[in-house]
Design a binder for this molecule. Structure first.
Ligand code: A2P
Length: 272
């Protein structure tokens, strides 16, 4: 059973869900159906992934009520700005064939464009209209979160950031927590690269688990939300089996030592 966590707006979010970046529509639909059958109740897509239609089709084909599934999508960089962001969510909902999303994120801050506060105001309106139950951001830094709050008195429910054992984001996690913003990890497995770390392999052998399960369990014990991506049915199932064992304190401390500030994805200062 995947735990559910309360956000600062009172809504609840599953701690673990399915990522679908780089899946096409058919792959996304199949992965969503497999994940929902395996007990997942969250799917994380984005308009930029170009698979929202597949995600929507997968949810409908699963036989599970739409209301039981937590669907996240994101406003792409080119769609920032007040009216553009609203139009973009309507287009996403058309592709998903849904009448709301559970969580709508600003995908990247693109700070030099000076549009993220206007975009955030649009998200606040979309939430008031019931088209997004919760709203949040992705790849924001503490100063950007503080600016949203200073200008709108509304904080994101979630800040989704690149986070894995090689990029542990200590300061940003602390800042999110201090503001009551939930940290959600994208590429929680470092796009699969961190699975090859020899210390992860040692822990996998010690606990009789897969490397991916060790990493996902580390996130979970840190109170982080995770959305591992897989299109393989066995790996989709394995990635959710992380709530039936505990890493001991020494091993959590050893994992903390793997931090090397190494991004695998883009730097938010320059991307978007
Ligand atoms: P695949 O889709 O073939 O399973 P991240 O979520 O950090 O971006 O990592 C996703 C990458 O890790 C994908 O390449 C995915 O490949 C791979 N992956 C996901 N789960 C596992 C797992 N349990 N074991 C090995 N590789 C995995």
């Amino acid at each position: 059973e995947i735990p559910v966590i309360e956000m600062n707006d009172g809504h609840r979010i599953p701690q673990l869900g399915l990522g679908v970046w780089q899946d096409n529509d058919d792959e996304a639909s199949a992965a969503v159906q497999c994940a929902l059958a395996a007990g997942y109740r969250l799917v994380d897509t984005a308009s930029a992934y170009q698979n929202e239609a597949g995600v929507g089709a997968g949810v409908r084909a699963s036989g599970i009520d739409r209301a039981e599934v937590f669907v996240t999508t994101k406003i792409w960089n080119a769609d920032q700005g007040h009216q553009a962001a609203k139009d973009a969510l309507h287009a996403s909902l058309d592709r998903l064939k849904m009448d709301y999303v559970d969580l709508l994120l600003i995908h990247w801050p693109a700070p030099w464009r000076e549009l993220y506060v206007d975009t955030w105001r649009a998200l606040i309106e979309l939430r008031q209209q019931g088209l997004a139950r919760s709203i949040g951001v992705s790849n924001f830094r503490p100063a950007e979160l503080q600016r949203l709050y200073a200008e709108t008195h509304q904080l994101p429910a979630v800040n989704q950031i690149e986070l894995h054992p090689w990029l542990q984001q200590g300061e940003l996690r602390t800042a999110n927590a201090a503001l009551g913003v939930r940290t959600q990890a994208w590429s929680p497995l470092g796009q699969g690269k961190v699975l090859l770390d020899p210390q992860i392999a040692d822990l996998a052998a010690k606990y009789g688990r897969e490397p991916a399960q060790i990493i996902l369990r580390w996130h979970v014990q840190n109170g982080v939300l995770v959305i591992p991506k897989s299109s393989n049915p066995e790996r989709i199932r394995a990635n959710a089996q992380v709530f039936d064992f505990t890493l001991d304190e020494d091993d959590m401390a050893a994992l903390a030592e793997l931090d090397r500030g190494e991004r695998i994805g883009p730097d938010p200062d320059h991307f978007g």
